[in-house]
Design a protein around this ligand. Structure first.
Ligand code: 6MZ
Length: 342
């Protein structure tokens, strides 16, 4: 099954750039062993509680320190793309929060990430190609003014790179900050798709507000069902809306927002046929990859090879790209199925 999961052509829709750095990449960026261990420290915890999620956010500072020059942002982006490509990801929506560094401002940061994406596409030298798109994030800890300036910048950059920038996300510590609906309405009016980190922790008023906005996808969607920190009203509304969920199993288990793999809320999504995709979130911080996430899904929820293939195939409908790209990806998936199933 592990080999099957590795070979499966996969779709990754929820991967934070600075959470996805491997040990090799961190070394390449000049990180010393101590900082690499600190970046990966959550993997060594014996017990986790919902508070563990708060411990996750300071860890990203290590990656941010390591990617504080244009050159390192470029190297990190290319390395992360290569890791996903090596794991047989055929379509990647990478996400990142624009920020200022030693020799770049937010706009240059976006330009640098896009250059790394485009250069990779041009010279990967691989026979199986990978399509890479970008989602730009708003950090929920930022105030309305900063978020508003960020959305204006994102809209400007989308005008310049419409084939790369596809969406906007709301991320950051869910125990802090808030969802400014107007910011995302503006993004939507300007042709950007919207995904929101939603219900990663219990916060029923905010979750309902997000549902009323109707994002194109949500990240995590943990605390919606009454058995997982939500309530009946939220679950009822969600069943009506059927917003696709980006599920990140290992991330939720390590951060303590899910009670082990068997206790993951994905079982309710499967049971109620709510669309979802399988994602890594922060493969560097949580020491995972997309193949591993598919393997864990099959192991803990009794899914067979055809079930996993179907999840990949149906994830194509959830991407933030054109119908033409969807058709292309479905062809890749169908060809692979014909060759790999009797
Ligand atoms: C919410 C998360 C996250 O943007 O610098 N991030 N936000 N929940 C999570 N669950 C674990 N994991 C990562 O990548 C790092 C940033 O992604 C967000 C955080 O805001 C983090 O600072 P970039 O590439």
């Amino acid at each position: 099954m592990e080999i099957f999961c590795k070979n499966l052509p996969k779709i990754e829709l929820h991967a934070h750039l600075n959470g996805s750095l491997s040990s090799a990449t961190l070394k390449k960026l000049g990180c010393l062993t101590d900082s690499i261990s600190e970046y990966q420290k959550l993997n060594t915890l014996l017990e986790t509680t919902p508070e563990t999620l708060n411990d996750c956010f300071p860890v990203f500072k290590i990656a941010h320190n390591a990617t504080n020059t244009k050159e390192n942002v470029y190297t990190a982006t290319q390395s992360v793309i290569k890791d996903f490509h090596d794991d047989n990801v055929v379509y990647l929506e990478l996400r990142t929060t624009p920020r200022n560094g030693d020799d770049f401002d937010k706009e240059t940061y976006i330009e640098t990430v896009i250059k790394a994406i485009c250069d990779y596409k041009n010279c990967s030298g691989k026979t199986e190609s990978m399509i890479i798109k970008l989602i730009l994030c708003i950090d929920r800890r930022h105030d309305i003014r900063t978020s508003s300036e960020m959305i204006d910048l994102i809209i400007k950059m989308k005008g310049k790179y419409p084939h790369v920038i596809k969406g906007v996300d709301l991320c950051g510590n869910p125990n802090e900050g808030k969802f400014f609906r107007g910011i995302f309405e503006k993004a939507r009016e300007n042709g950007l798709k919207i995904t929101l980190h939603c219900a990663e922790v219990a916060n029923s008023d905010e979750v309902m507000e997000m549902f009323e906005f109707k994002p194109d996808r949500i990240g995590h969607g943990t605390c919606i069902h009454g058995d997982f920190g939500g309530n009946e009203m939220l679950w009822w509304k969600f069943q009506d809306l059927r917003i696709p969920v980006e599920c990140c199993l290992t991330s939720n288990v390590i951060c303590g927002t899910s009670n082990g793999f068997e206790g993951h809320h994905i079982k309710e999504l499967i049971k109620n046929k709510i669309p979802f995709c399988i994602c890594t979130d922060d493969k560097g911080v949580f020491n995972t990859d997309l193949s591993c996430e598919y393997f864990l899904l099959s192991k803990h929820f009794g899914l067979d090879k055809m079930d996993l293939w179907k999840i990949c195939f149906e994830s194509v409908d959830l991407i933030f790209d054109s119908d033409e790209v969807k058709r292309e990806l479905k062809k890749v998936m169908m060809n692979w199925m014909e060759k790999n199933f009797d």
